[in-house]
Ligand binder design. Structure first.
Ligand code: SF4
Length: 239
């Protein structure tokens, strides 16, 4: 499928989600999920956007998110961890415990818990997740009940309008519409997370190989997007 029908389908999904009397927000990681921001912009919708500032992002990612904020005139919230919890954690574990104890404790403190609090104010959220990013995402639907977080009024909707897109289709869309890019992409980064936990890729490496690169397992997740999947019916979510 070319990016024309793909983007039309994604815009219809976004419209369908946002046209209800629900509070919807959109995640922006500072990477190629800028495509979702562009689709929202083309939908003539005003959706609040958030970025999780773990305190360990690259300076380039901070600057890029600000660039995107200005480019789209975003209503942007930085979601941050509890500073006292970070101080207590680092007092006992140091600043680089994730290299030795798995990354879940740090990711939970800096990402999952702040996001849990933020999403509790909404009924649904939009992400830039794709099935081809990770074997753990192969069954990712376009619309689901969030398996991790609760929303304002109970179950939280999670829409993944790029679920069916390939990496090449995302890159083609970015090129076609001349979207701003995180400069780290030009240094060999594809999936971009925290600075100490992300490295540039070697040619032909999978895009998630640079995340938690010292680990050997294939489940390169931080706990925000675990399955199982419960699909929401009734919306126009089939390709
Ligand atoms: S990606 Fe690394 S630094 Fe960032 S929250 Fe997870 S473990 Fe901590």
């Amino acid at each position: 499928m070319s990016i024309g029908p793909l983007s039309e389908h994604a815009i219809a999904l976004i419209h369908d989600l946002c046209s209800r009397d629900d509070a919807i927000t959109c995640a922006f990681s500072g990477a190629e999920d800028i495509v979702v921001l562009d689709l929202i912009h083309r939908s003539n919708l005003r959706v609040p956007v958030f970025a999780v500032d773990t305190g360990r992002l690259h300076a380039a990612t901070h600057a890029y998110i600000q660039q995107a904020q200005q480019h789209y005139n975003l209503d942007l919230t930085w979601v941050t961890p509890d500073p006292s919890a970070v101080t207590a954690f680092e007092r006992h574990n140091g600043r680089f415990s994730f290299y030795e104890d798995g990354h879940q404790a740090c990711c939970s403190l800096r990402k999952t818990e702040p996001l849990r609090k933020h999403l509790a104010h909404f009924d649904g959220w939009l992400t830039g997740l794709r099935r081809d990013q990770n074997p753990n995402r192969e069954a990712l639907p376009e619309l689901q009940v969030d398996p991790i977080f609760l929303g304002l009024r109970g179950p939280l909707k999670k829409a993944n309008p790029l679920a069916n897109w390939s990496r090449l289709e995302v890159e083609a869309y970015i090129r076609h519409h001349s979207l701003p890019l995180n400069p780290l992409v030009h240094q060999g980064y594809k999936s971009i997370g925290c600075e100490p936990c992300t490295r540039a890729l070697q040619p032909h490496e999978h895009e998630r190989a640079g995340r938690w690169w010292w680990e050997t397992n294939t489940n390169k997740e931080c706990g925000l997007h675990e399955q199982p999947v419960q699909i929401i019916g009734g919306l126009k979510n089939e390709t």
